[in-house]
Design a protein around this ligand. Sequence first.
Ligand code: UD1
Ligand code: CA
Length: 496
Amino acid sequence: MTERAGFVAVVLAAGQGTRMKSALPKVLHPLCGRELVAWPVHAALDAGATRVVVVVGHGREAVAATLAARFPAHTADGRVTTAVQERQLGTGDAVRSALPALEGVSEDDYVVVLCGDTPLLRHEALSALLEATRGADGARSKCAMLTGVVDDPTGYGRVVRDEGGRIVAIREHKDASAAERAIREMNPGVYAVEKRFLARSIAALDAKNAQGELYLTDVVARAAQEDAAGVAGRAWPMEDLHGVNDRYDLARAETLLRERLNRALAKSGVTLRDPSTTYVDADVVIAADVTLEPGVVLRGRTQIGAGARLDVGCVLEDVLVEAGARLKPYTVATDSVIGERAQVGPFSHLRPKSTLGPDAHVGNFVETKATSLGARSKANHLAYLGDGVIGEDVNVGAGTIFCNYDGFQKHTTRLLDGAFIGSDSQLVAPVTVGRGAYVATGTTVTKDVPDDALALSRTKQENKLGYAARLRTTMKAKKDAALAAKAAAAAKPDGE
Ligand code: UD1
Ligand code: CA
């Protein structure tokens, strides 16, 4: 390992991203659960950046708020900060806007500049870039850049080299001659520049180019002229370098990232029955021996414990699934906890703040919201359980409804340990069913049920003997008479 001095990173994220055709700033478009801008910030931090300055402009408040939410500790301790670029005058001007925020950083340190729209970049690429500043002969280049080779470089700046193969300039697509446009070596927009040299050459930029902008890329040309050590170019695979300019680029980047995330999961001991239909966000954590069947979608901060099995079509967001749980097909859950060995689904809906204890069961067409079920409690069929506190070993029968809302307020239903709720019961909250109490089928519970009591609110059944048979006879006679009348009317000749 070569020894490396500290470095700071500047992430350019002030542009609107016109080609996205979106009201949302480009860098806030999500990609595998993280906003675009979060990806290069993660890469810089993972590579060891002592500070990351994000240049913001379009939607600056929203971008800053996103960074604070995504990097709470780093924004609090000042390791991740923002600098405002008032007007978007080009990438060179964007870096200029960041320079005041770099006060105190050693003039000898490298500033790694990267774009907010290159989400595929891995921290390994940044480490390689920094290592490239030190040449084989020990000479230290003031400027190093990554380069990639691509079949269709349209839109990218081209890497222009001299006969000796030394980098002499970056030519923007719009400024390039036909010969330069044929160059397939592109500029991914990732540089490491010695701070002293960066500040000096940024100050000297002009806007004499096709776009009338201050091009950061002109810093490269200046280094080529002034630095005896030359510009260090570090070739890097294109799969890390694609930029996102429009929504098709975004979709392709997402496919590549998803493949990368799925591969890492599979290597870490997760069975993905069909990786091509498995969608797992970047911040999801999955233990070994978990099985994900086709069509599983895991979002946000979801965590899955060892040995859990998620069957076809489960969609979870911010859910903690504990070890050995079994989610049957088409379970949908948000902001909830599913306990050890619990069973859910098929077709269950756990809305926010649902908590299932160990070995609890929630079956088909059961909806829960802000409800906890204790260990071994079951609600296996067709129920709405909202604002409930359910103890252990409780059985909730089919068709049970917690009537939690009176049109103004939500109220709590409590079912204490061992309670048994017969099918098709309504519990009008606030109400408590005591330990071991029994609610008879079809009961509307409007007042608390004491421990071990039976609650029964339905009217007594009465059987009228022979009544159905008599009813059938009268009904049939009526129907036959009506049919006969209709036939007689149809048989009459016209005009009569
Ligand atoms: C830039 C490079 C190009 C390179 C490409 C890689 C320049 C002049 N060109 O072109 O050589 O191949 O990136 O993707 O640098 N930004 C600001 N403020 C501005 C302008 C841009 O913050 O005033 C930010 C954008 O938000 C974006 C990044 O800089 O994240 C790149 O800007 P963009 O306009 O996409 O540059 P490209 O035309 O792609
Ligand atoms: Ca770009």
